[in-house]
Design a binder for this molecule. Structure first.
Ligand code: GAR
Length: 193
């Protein structure tokens, strides 16, 4: 890992694939932060609603064609270097970064996942949590490693499952918590780099 001590501004890139509510919340919260700047937004999906927030806030954004993953990852690596990105934050990015990418970037990559990791890695977390009649669920911010949803946990928020919860209700409540913990986790994480 590259040491960032002494640097004035830390540039973040946020990767998204869809709605971008986490991106929207992070843009708002980091707007007046003089040390941490979101300077690049990347999406594999040209229709990602989240791209609108980047555009609206005059943040450099790009759609990456993922038909050829290796090519896509090399384009991303070039963009990260060109934009002096020190930390990548995945916020609903639905592509798995390869071992090659993680090694080559060689700087921290954070992800937010809608479950209490290490439980419920992967997709459709809320429906699996409800089907298993869990008492609690939540969200986790963790470091990205080549093993899916398995890196070091940086922050976690637990919430109680209600009797009448369904996927929509639960996902909405968890998303609200994601917006709170992701911002706090990034700030804390960057401050100790
Ligand atoms: C969030 O719930 C995030 O935790 C999840 O996708 C949603 C994106 O919402 N990420 C994953 O499932 C990654 N495995 P958003 O686009 O509104 O920020």
């Amino acid at each position: 890992m590259v040491k960032l001590i002494g640097k004035k501004i830390i540039y973040l890139a946020i990767f998204i694939s869809g709605n971008g509510s986490n991106l929207k919340s992070l843009i708002k919260k980091f707007k007046n932060n003089s040390k941490i700047k979101i300077s690049l937004v990347l999406s594999n999906n040209p229709k990602a609603k989240g791209l609108f927030y980047a555009k609206k806030n005059k943040i450099n954004y790009k759609t990456i064609n993922y038909v050829n993953k290796k090519k896509a990852e090399n384009i991303i690596l070039n963009l990260l270097e060109k934009n002096k990105i020190e930390v990548v934050c995945l916020a609903g990015f639905m592509k798995i970064l390869s071992k090659y990418f993680i090694k080559k970037f060689n700087k921290p990559i954070l992800n937010i996942h809608p479950s209490l990791l290490p439980k419920y890695k992967g997709l459709n977390t809320h429906s699996r949590v409800i089907a298993n009649k869990e008492k609690f669920s939540g969200c986790t911010v963790h470091l990205v490693t080549p093993v899916l949803d398995s890196g070091k946990i940086i922050a976690q928020k637990r919430i109680k499952i209600r009797k009448n919860d369904n996927v929509l209700k639960l996902s909405k409540r968890i998303l609200k918590q994601e917006h709170i913990i992701y911002y706090k986790a990034i700030r804390k994480f960057v401050s100790i780099l």
